[in-house]
Design a protein around this ligand. Structure first.
Ligand SMILES: O=C(O)C1=C[C@@H](OP(=O)(O)O)[C@@H](O)[C@H](O)C1
Ligand SMILES: C=C(OP(=O)(O)O)C(=O)O
Length: 414
């Protein structure tokens, strides 16, 4: 589905099984590891996310040394390829969408250049596009890197570390944001025989060979978060999400604990999870989302719709994602009379003006998570128009089909 869509006719109760595509984050790590392993590492259950399809296509077409590599809106592909192409000495220009050209990458480029890379900026200092040099010779095996802007820079370096002649030690400066994503990277590397040490703020990976192994990608827990939100806003809901695991490498699996506060119980089994709306008093007032920034829109919209005036922290990195997600949330929540007020890095919902008009139109700012997080509002608002609804393709191409499957009516508007 492309263009705008109209969501209406909320079902009285939801009882459905939703088969989620593979984790975009796990898939994109797996693809880089597979490429570095020279065929030793196999991957199963790769995500259908456009960001994964793009990265896979790029990695499969590098033999021709393309003049330009374009990742579109895929942040992980941009960051992971910056290291991969550098250490492989693939001479090319690494670029993306106009928004990608505003997402900072200087911290990673500085680190790569310190260890022997020769990356230069094609347009603006500190931002894509990047000119990657035709050869790489490692000059250092230790580098300091800031941890509080994006964990993707650290993952990018860790993914290539074992392939470097002298291995790599990273000294992480400041607080590490999105830490579970770094743990996910190391977890996947361990599954392929790559060992590491992590003491205090220092991670070391020696030069090592990948072992023959298979990485099995789990379904996407960030995608699961929207079903928790649908359940929280429904009168009655039981939703089965096959193959999600309690012991997940994905930090966003914390959505189960967060949504327990919103009255959603999660039952785990060998087959996956079943989430169910249970009688509950919503009382938790404070949510720190530093470890799970991709859940911010889901949880904040859900809380706003329920008129629950919670405070959220750990949202600093939202401003440099697909859009400035704080500004986008503020603009769109205003349409139901809710304010998201920033004070000293705390964000508090003011729901005193909460109301549900008969129809609202949600702008999506080229951000898949804006579309997916606001869709559950259709339980309270008779007609929700979602603009540029095809943005969901970035991580969850079958999202709208699944919304239809749980019983909503969907109409294509243009
Ligand atoms: O490594 C990853 O797969 C990701 C890390 C996070 O980014 P930051 O580390 O920039 O917060 C997250 O928001 C993004 O969607 C995926
Ligand atoms: C921030 C995200 O992705 P990326 O940084 O990979 O573009 C996301 O999926 O929410």
């Amino acid at each position: 589905m492309s263009g705008n869509i109209l969501i209406s006719n909320a079902p009285k109760q939801i009882q459905e099984t939703i088969r989620l595509t593979g984790s975009k984050s796990e898939s994109n790590r797996a693809l880089i590891i597979q490429a570095l392993s020279g065929g030793k590492v196999k991957v199963e259950n790769l995500s259908a996310a456009a960001d994964t399809v793009t990265l896979n296509h790029i990695l499969n077409s590098l033999a021709q040394e393309p003049a330009e590599v374009n990742v579109g809106p895929a942040g992980t592909a941009m960051r992971f390829l910056a290291s991969y192409l550098t250490v492989k000495g693939v001479q090319t220009v690494l670029t993306g969408t106009e928004r990608m050209k505003q997402r900072p990458i200087g911290i990673l480029v500085d680190a790569l250049n310190k260890i022997g890379g020769q990356i230069t900026y094609v347009e603006k200092e500190g931002f894509p596009p990047l000119q990657i040099a035709p050869a790489f010779k490692q000059t250092q095996n230790k580098v300091s890197i800031k941890g509080d802007i994006s964990s993707q820079y650290i993952t990018s370096l860790l993914l290539v570390a074992a392939a470097l002649e002298e291995g790599l030690t990273l000294d992480i400066e400041g607080e590490l944001t999105s830490k579970p994503y770094v743990e996910m990277t190391l977890g996947f590397l361990v599954q392929c025989g790559i060992q590491h040490t992590w003491e205090d703020n220092q991670i070391t990976i020696a030069h090592q060979e990948f072992e023959s192994s298979t990485l099995v990608v789990e379904p996407d827990w960030s995608a699961a978060s929207y079903w928790y939100a649908f359940a929280a806003l429904a009168d009655e809901a039981t939703i089965t999400l096959p193959y999600l695991r309690q012991n997940s490498l994905q930090g966003d699996s914390v959505i189960a604990a967060i949504m327990a506060h919103f009255g959603i119980a999660t039952a785990y089994s060998e087959e996956g999870i079943i989430i169910k709306k249970v009688p509950h008093q919503l009382s938790e007032k404070f949510f720190d989302l530093k470890d799970c920034p991709d859940l911010a829109q889901t949880v904040i919209v859900c809380s706003a719709a329920l008129g629950h005036e919670a405070t959220f922290t750990g949202l600093e990195t939202l401003k440099i994602k697909e859009t400035d997600r704080v500004a986008a949330l503020q603009n769109e929540l205003a349409k139901i009379g809710v304010k998201l007020i920033e004070e000293n890095l705390n964000y508090t919902l003011d729901c005193s003006g909460l109301h549900f008009p008969d129809k609202i139109s949600i702008a999506t700012y080229e951000d898949h998570r804006m579309a997916m997080a606001f869709a559950p509002l259709a339980s309270f608002v008779k007609e929700v128009e979602v603009e540029e609804a095809n943005v969901v393709e970035k991580s969850y191409p079958s999202y709208w089909e699944d919304v239809k499957k749980i019983g909503f009516r969907l109409d294509d508007l243009k």
